[in-house]
Structures are given as C-alpha cells and as structure tokens.
Design a protein. Sequence first.
Length: 383
Amino acid sequence: MKNYDLIVVGAGVLGTFHSYFALKKGLKVLLVEKDTLPNEATVRNFGQIIPSGMDLNQWHQYGREAMDIYKALQQEAEISVRNNGSTYLASSELEYQLLKELQAIHTQNGYSSQLLTQAECQERLPNVQADYCVGGLLFPQEITVEPRQMIHRLIEHLTQTYALDYRPLTTIKDCEIRNNACEVTDTRGERYTAPKAVICSGRDFKILFPEVFSNSGMRLSKLHMMATTPMPEVQMPGSILTGLSIRHYESFQSCPSFEQLKNLPYHNEELRKYGIHILFKQATDGSIIIGDSHEYVDVDQSETLDFGLDMYINELILDEAKRIMNLPHWKIQNYWAGFYAKHPDQIFEHNIEDKIFITTGIGGKGMTTSAGYAKHHIETIFA
Ligand SMILES: Cc1cc2nc3c(=O)[nH]c(=O)nc-3n(C[C@H](O)[C@H](O)[C@H](O)COP(=O)(O)OP(=O)(O)OC[C@H]3O[C@@H](n4cnc5c(N)ncnc54)[C@H](O)[C@@H]3O)c2cc1C
C-alpha cells in the first residue's frame, strides 16, 4: 500500500489544479486518472477563460485569480496560454445596452474593458457581418488556452517540476475511511492511502458514490461542438461571445436591463429549445471552434442523452454562426459532443468526515474558474 498526503481522483482541470495547490504546499500528491490522459470536458471545450461572464459574487473573482495562475504557470512552462482578450458582440441596441451596463459594473470592481463601436468591432474582427453587429465590449486582459494541450502539458510539468505522482489508466472503484485514513482502491486491486482525498470525477456518477450523486440535485449537460478546417488567413483573436451569450452568462443577470432582454422572444425559438448561443475561438492551427448547444438530464438518466450527434442541432448552430460571421468557407473538420455536470449552487461539494472531499458539477465555467476555486478549496481542506 502506497502512502501520500493527498490523493486526487480525476485529472480534469478541477483535479489537476487541486493537485497543483497541494504540491505547492509541499505535500506528497497522487493524481489518478482512468484514461491515459484526461479526455473529458477539460479537453473538449473552447478554452475560453472569461471571468467577465461569471457570477459576480464569487466566481468572477475565482476567474480573475485563475488568470493570474495560468499566466504564472505559462512563465514556467509552455502550457498554451495566450493573452488575446474576449469580445462580446451585440446584435441589437438592447444587447448593446447590457454591454454598457456590464462595463459599468466591472469598472466599479476595478476590472477594465473597452466599449467598441460597430466599426471598431469590424476592425478587430474583419469577418463579422456588418448587419449583425451593433457594437461590442472588449476585455483585453482575458486569456485563452488550447484545451487539447493545456491539461496534458500541465500534468507533465507538475510531474517533472513538482514531483506529482500521476497514475494514468487507473480507475478508482472504492474510496473509504479505514483506520482514520482514506483508503482508495483501483480496479486492479492496488490500494493507496492518505489522510485526505479529493474526488473530482466529472460526469462519472456510477463508479464512485453513486447514491451521493443521485441525491445531489446535479444535472448532466450535453453540448454540440464543431471546428472548421484551418483558416490562417482569418483574423479572429481571443474569445468571441455573441448576442445570445448575453442571456446565457451569469454576470449579465446583475445588469438593470437583463429582465427586459430575458423576456424577449428569440428570433428562432429552436435556438432556445436546444440552449444554443454562439461562441467562436480560433485555435493556434487556424481552425475555428464553433458551438454550442445545451441539453440537460438528471444524473440518473445520463444514458438518455443520445450518444450520437444530432445533425439538426449542428445545422442550427451553423446557420446562426453564418448570421454572425462571414468566413471564407464553412468546411467542418470535426464535430463532437462534450458533457459536464452542473449544480444549481455553482458547484457540488460533499464532505465525508472531513477526509473525503467530493467536488464536481462546476458546469460550463471550469476552464475559467477551477484554478482559483481549487486554490481556496485546498486552503480550506488543509486549514
Ligand atoms: C463543449 C464544452 C465547452 C466548454 N467551454 C468552456 C470554456 O470555453 N470555458 C470554460 O471556462 N469552461 C468551459 N467548459 C466547461 C469545462 O470544460 C468544465 O467545467 C471542466 O472541464 C470540468 O472539469 P472537471 O475536472 O470537473 O471534469 P472532467 O474534465 O470531466 O474531468 C474528470 C476526470 O475524472 C476522471 N475520472 C472519473 N471517474 C474516475 C475514477 N473513478 N477513477 C479515475 N478517474 C476518474 C475522468 O476520466 C476525467 O478525466 C466547456 C465544457 C464543454 C463540455
């Protein structure tokens, strides 16, 4: 039996940043992952780090701290962090009003942004459709990462520089408290022990603690995503969020005009039905990632989310994307689905005897906020 100070189950962004902050405290950490490298939500997303869109009570602050953490790590190793800003595009005067109101709120919190005219949006994003865009809001300090690279490089860096013990292809089937310590067992029968364990198992509700998840109030979301073939000739820096995102991102709920916008019908109600709002991000190879949709089921019904991709949803996404951007072509090289667990209280935390800390359900904001959240959570766990 191997002994550690902390065992972390699940090497997505949440588990890996918990490991990082425990390592920074000088602790001996084991990070276990059922796949060779994490292959779930953490690698299937846009890689948009957008504190400007987060709930203003606490999660915006976690996002700001996360940006500093990503930037500091980028000084240590090439983990794909780029400081290329986030642009929100308004498609109506009311959406533009919301952008102005969000700017005022963030300015008061010392978080700067620039309001953009339609011409300035087109200068920054030459492919934006003139008849879509009324104006925009730019957060120049915000960053992006390459989701298919960042977590893999970070794990490698933590292994080489911080002596992380990373165990791939290791599925944990039991985690219990024995002799006042956490005992964790994998499917090969190997056992590991530590005074504390953190469980960041993402959307896997059936292997560990199924009854806890069943009663958690969490829901599972399936998202449709796609990427074009590379278009290096297109200039599309940073994260791009568009009109319907203004109804989706939580920071806008603090804006005085939000209720008015929320109650307006969609120009196509099918977009509301499938939870579609359009985001763009150009990857470093020049391809453009486009998404997404949101379909929800209870955690006990995860298998009812069809395993296939619904081409009707993909077409709705593409039609809306074409209303916003005028790209040289729309050749799609990949379609995929991503899944995440989401809890109404922003995250699901369930602690067993102050030893096992189950933490998942961070929803659609995990790339933005996990680093900041994990820093505080590790402080609480080891207080
Ligand atoms: C399509 C899509 C787009 C998104 N875009 C963004 C974005 O641009 N910006 C943003 O901030 N957020 C975004 N998100 C959200 C973000 O990706 C998630 O919040 C985040 O990745 C969740 O991380 P996690 O570590 O909780 O879960 P996961 O990434 O699901 O990681 C959990 C890990 O635990 C492992 N595991 C589970 N059970 C076991 C076990 N028993 N033993 C061993 N290992 C186990 C799994 O294999 C997995 O690797 C997006 C999500 C999706 C799906």
